[in-house]
Design a protein around this ligand. Structure first.
Ligand code: SF4
Length: 499
């Protein structure tokens, strides 16, 4: 409900506080007009679910700890239960401990009792590193807890430990997690937290939404779910200056200060890289760029030409023996093989069982690629995976290194020798394909991009529903197959452009 007169502000929570740090209007919408929010997509939901799973596992580091069960709709009950648990010296730790201070509610992931009265405050993150937003999160909690009268000895963020290697049996939760002690940093942020909270409360009590234009803040640190609403009446240029590849932040800021919106408006004497200048030239002329070296670069292949693509996934909690948190594991490849006569053959592999796919993946891809011919890839991602595989499977290291030596990056070739204004500043195969091969795109596929493929692969691992699993596997095969067929067609289209 939107207030139309001045009134007392609603309570903040740590997530609302973080929203307010990102943008006051985002906080306003979250408090009064949540219905304007875009739907939560399956990828974001999967991230939330993983966060809960990791959070729960982290609590097992503190046996005997008490969980405050009352949810955020029953905050007063949660605070009362927290006080009760704190008063019981036999409770060594409290999970989801709840507090209120100056209109800010907070639930601490883990609060550990320290001998002599103080507490250790621990926030759990399903990540390997600490980001600025996590520090702000801890700082507001520290401010609430100390404001509520607690003495905090240590305050830190518990992430997963990238060095931990799973033995395949059970997690060693002391080793699986890593504590980043921020006790020296967050108490010093209290003044800023108090100032920010005051400003947010004042804004929320003002009776009307703050006037804030969409800008860089809409994507930092999170993509704002109100973006569609905020930009509903805005008209964007067909070629915003953001399409200039690898535009340095300083130049970006300079163009913004000059109120430049489109590539067409970039001043003639504005310093650009060679590639940026080419993009601008194509946009201004409305024509594509065919570099003088394109024909020679295209001809620099040996037949049979293999067109290779890998799909990978990663999970926060290692699933197989010998793997680490968030380790990238390849689970699928596709190879379209083209002979010198232009004949095509398609090989593919998808791991369909819940086991470490790397050995079978390596063996099958080595067999499919053989020892002859160029291996056409799109970006150097496949090289990174080949190197990781070689490290994990020394037995195949020589063969994998030999494959790497045959790799030939089609994306680099496009970037160096060809541009079309409809690429809109991107050289991803998803952008390049429909421009060079009209009628062929990813729009109608059940799986449309790599992150979605990874998420669906994990869903297939978890689901007990064989029909759903089969459906996902079919979608994955179609998607990865399209990636390699796309490379064949892009090479062909480029060859026609120089014919
Ligand atoms: S889309 Fe941007 S301007 Fe609108 S609420 Fe979100 S962050 Fe603020």
């Amino acid at each position: 409900m939107v207030p139309n007169t001045k009134r007392s502000a609603p309570k903040l929570s740590k997530s609302r506080y973080l929203s307010g740090l990102q943008c006051h209007l985002k906080l306003w919408y979250e408090c009064y007009e949540r219905g304007l929010m875009g739907a939560i997509d399956a990828g974001t939901q999967a991230i939330f679910d993983t966060g809960h799973e990791v959070g729960e596992l982290a609590t097992t580091r503190h046996p005997g700890g008490v969980l405050i069960k009352a949810d955020h709709f029953h905050h007063e009950e949660a605070v009362a239960a927290t006080l009760e648990a704190m008063a019981n010296p036999k409770v060594p730790a409290i999970f989801e401990a709840s507090f209120l201070h100056q209109g800010v509610r907070s639930r601490a992931d883990i609060l550990v009792r320290v001998r002599g009265g103080p507490w250790d405050l621990i926030e759990v993150k399903s990540a390997l590193d600490v980001k600025d937003v996590n520090v702000n999160d801890l700082a507001v909690q520290h401010w609430v807890l100390t404001g509520a009268g607690l003495k905090i000895r240590k305050a830190g963020i518990l992430t997963l430990n990238r060095e931990y290697i799973y033995d395949g049996k059970r997690y060693d939760v002391q080793e699986l997690f890593k504590l980043h002690d921020l006790s020296d940093l967050v108490p010093g942020m209290a003044k800023d937290v108090a100032k920010n909270v005051k400003a947010m409360h004042t804004m929320l009590a003002a009776g009307k939404a703050p006037a804030i234009e969409p800008g860089d803040q809409c994507f930092d640190p999170y993509d704002c779910p109100f973006y569609e609403h905020c930009t509903r009446d805005m008209e964007f240029p067909e070629h915003p200056f953001d399409e200039l590849p690898k535009l340095h932040a300083n130049k970006r800021a300079l163009l913004q200060s000059l109120e430049v919106e489109s590539i067409e408006d970039v001043p003639k004497d504005f310093e650009l890289t060679e590639l940026q200048a080419r993009v601008r030239k194509c946009v201004l002329s409305g024509k594509d760029h065919v570099g003088p070296g394109l024909a020679a670069a295209l001809a620099d292949v040996e037949h049979p030409v293999h067109h290779l693509d890998f799909e990978t996934f990663m999970v926060a909690l290692p699933r197989y023996k010998g793997t680490r948190p968030f380790q990238t594991l390849p689970f699928q490849w596709s190879n379209h093989i083209q002979t010198s006569a232009g004949k095509l053959k398609h090989d593919e592999y998808l791991c369909r069982t819940d086991e470490d796919p790397r050995k079978e993946f390596a063996e099958t891809v080595i067999e499919s690629l053989g020892t002859k011919g160029t291996v056409c890839i799109y970006t150097s991602y496949e090289i990174r995976i080949l190197r990781d595989l070689a490290k994990a499977l020394p037995k195949y290291a020589k063969q994998l290194a030999a494959i790497e030596a045959r790799c030939w990056d089609l994306c680099a070739l496009v970037r160096d020798h060809y541009y079309h204004p409809d690429f809109h500043g991107s050289f991803s195969i998803k952008k390049v394909l429909p421009v060079l091969v009209p009628g062929m795109s990813y729009d109608k596929l059940a799986v449309q991009e790599g992150q979605e493929a990874a998420r669906l692969y994990v869903e297939a691992l978890m689901t007990p529903d064989a029909k759903r699993r089969n459906e996902i596997h079919q979608g994955l095969l179609e998607y990865c197959g399209q990636d390699t067929e796309a490379m064949v067609r892009v090479r062909q289209a480029l060859a026609e452009a120089v014919a």
